[in-house]
Design a protein. Structure first.
Length: 169
């Protein structure tokens, strides 16, 4: 029981301060020893481990920098390639559009020639040609192009179509 009574009389603040003082002193001694070993040129396991960790950290940092530079180069190449692909798609779209317009013009003009020569044409052929002309005009409007070749042909086709509707197919 006396032991327990003695424990209650201990000044815990003084014990805490003593422990902290001892730890600070221990740290100071270690720092002084490290400094001495460094000046002498000796290396302890702990110092070697710290140096290796430091070197590893530097290598990792350099590798990360190199990787970041490579990423930036890859991004620039990717952006350039995206621009090339975009340009190629625009070219192909323009080529396709030109081909579509040329095919529609040819079909309308060919039908106008057939009608002007008096060859037999049924009502469905006229409707098809009129529908093609509407699509043709829509494509021109959407792409801000002008119609200069098909208007006369369509006038001829419309005139013959109206006359045939009056006369009956």
């Amino acid at each position: 029981m006396d032991d327990i009574t003695l424990l209650t009389k201990i000044n815990y603040a003084q014990v805490f301060i003593s422990v902290v003082t001892i730890l600070i002193g221990f740290k100071a001694v270690i720092t002084i020893l490290e400094w001495i070993f460094e000046k002498i040129g000796l290396e302890t396991k702990w110092m070697r481990k710290q140096r290796e960790e430091h070197n590893l950290l530097i290598k990792t940092s350099q590798s990360l920098s190199a990787l970041q530079e490579k990423h930036m180069q890859d991004m620039k190449k990717s952006d350039k390639r995206d621009e090339e692909i975009s340009s190629d798609i625009k070219k192909l779209t323009r080529m396709f559009l030109d081909k579509e317009i040329d095919d529609m013009r040819w079909e309308i003009n060919n039908f106008a020639t057939k009608v002007s020569e008096g060859k037999p044409c049924n009502k469905d052929s006229f409707n098809h040609c009129i529908h093609i002309y509407e699509k043709y005009e829509k494509i021109l409007e959407e792409n801000k192009l002008e119609n200069g070749e098909v208007e006369i042909s369509m006038e001829l086709i419309n005139d013959v179509y109206k006359r045939k509707l009056k006369e009956g197919f």
